[in-house]
Design a binder for this molecule. Structure first.
Ligand code: URA
Length: 207
């Protein structure tokens, strides 16, 4: 299920990221804000429970509570780290698991270098975060890896998505929920999204 937020406020935030004059500190601040808004979209449909809590009148009140411990926030290194604190702001009690993958610049296919996933992730909801859904190769690989660890509920949060990446996820990782801030036009021959933001990691980390 692909959800493109694409409202005027979200578009205006992403357009600030597109501006080459947006300095890394401001780029990071906006990235965090977008990550929070996407996380909010992603957890709206979660199962919430009711629990009696004490109230100022001395009565109990049936409060809506959310068990964040079922959630595992998973940034994909490097650029995904730029979204992590935004997601954690909403879900401070969630687990965090980091995945290290880089893109081979000739084949554009992902290469793993860090993976410490627990053997059994059944019953958990993985939220993969990566600002750029470009070819989709990295995210498809991450989803397949999560499935090997019995994780059935998987959500992807990305800021900018290419149509090519979205189509690949639809084909190779169906049943995964995807929330993206905006969908751009296409990928160039080097796998960069156009109009895009450039290299999101470089912009976030000032490299
Ligand atoms: N990664 C980026 O940082 N930017 C792109 O456009 C594609 C992949």
């Amino acid at each position: 299920m692909i959800n493109i937020v694409d409202n005027k406020f979200m578009t205006s935030l992403v357009d600030q990221l597109r501006h080459t004059g947006t300095e890394p500190a401001e780029f990071y601040r906006i990235t965090l804000l977008i990550a929070q808004l996407l996380t909010y979209e992603a957890i709206k449909g979660e199962e919430y429970e009711n629990k009696d809590i004490p109230m100022w009148t001395g009565d109990t009140y049936s409060a809506t509570v959310f068990d964040q411990k079922k959630i595992v926030i998973m940034p994909i290194l490097r650029a995904g780290i730029g979204m992590l604190d935004g997601a954690r702001h909403l879900l401070p009690a969630a687990q965090v698991q980091i995945l290290g993958m880089f893109r081979n610049e000739s084949t554009l296919e992902p290469v793993w270098y860090y993976n410490k996933l627990p053997a059994d992730m059944s019953g958990q909801h993985a939220i993969l975060i990566d600002p750029m859904l470009a070819t989709g190769g990295t995210l498809v690989d991450a989803v397949l890896e999560l499935k090997k660890h019995n994780c059935e509920k998987i959500t992807i949060l990305a800021i900018v998505a290419s149509p090519e990446g979205i189509n690949r996820l639809k084909k190779e990782a169906p049943n995964v929920r995807v929330f993206v801030a905006v969908k751009d036009d296409h990928l160039n021959e080097n796998g960069y999204i156009l109009p895009g933001l450039g290299d999101a990691g470089d912009r976030i980390f000032n490299t």
